[in-house]
Design a protein around this ligand. Structure first.
Ligand SMILES: Cc1cc(-c2ccco2)c2oc(N)nc2c1
Length: 159
């Protein structure tokens, strides 16, 4: 019989200003020591968008009034049957300045100064699509936390 695919749904939110993007330094847990967007698991009974807004608020105190779908990324790790399905959003319409929490230290970066050397290795593949306002789907197969064995990326024309 076909083994049930195992998926874990996660979110990632990037707060935007013209020419700048907000990143957070992950202070513990999964992805610790890397700059990333804000996000995490979607709880049972919660929509993906509500989960994204909740994690953004919990991790840096910012309330998104609206979110734009930016992309959908599937991540696989060699030897791990669980596929991570990451829904990527950005927001230009939010309340409150970001504050540091136990999880994340927020910092604004110029779009041309994104610190890819201190981020997940997939980011330099798909950030240009996000920064150019193009929706995308992508897939990355990791071996450990630093090596990408396979990948693909495609732009989505609006439905
Ligand atoms: C394997 C992986 C996971 C995540 C992630 C965790 C929570 C939300 O996304 C990533 O985020 C980025 N930028 N690369 C990532 C790779």
């Amino acid at each position: 019989s076909v083994i049930m695919a195992m998926k874990k749904v996660l979110t990632l939110v990037f707060v935007r200003e013209p020419g700048r993007i907000l990143l957070g330094m992950k202070k513990r847990g999964f992805g610790q020591g890397r700059w990333n967007g804000f996000g995490g698991k979607v709880e049972k009974g919660e929509s993906i968008t509500d989960g994204a807004k909740r994690e953004l608020l919990e991790e840096c105190g910012v309330t998104a009034k609206s979110l734009n779908e930016v992309g959908l990324i599937n991540f696989e790790f060699v030897g791990d049957p669980v596929i991570l399905e990451v829904h990527v959003f950005d927001t230009w319409d939010y309340m409150n300045s970001p504050v540091e929490t136990e999880e994340m230290r927020p910092q604004w970066y110029g779009e041309k100064e994104v610190p890819f050397g201190e981020m997940w290795p997939d980011d330099e593949y798909w950030f240009p699509h996000m920064l150019n306002g193009k929706k995308f789907e992508a897939y990355y197969k990791f071996e450990g936390m630093d090596k990408i064995l396979d990948s693909w990326i495609k732009e989505k024309t609006e439905q």
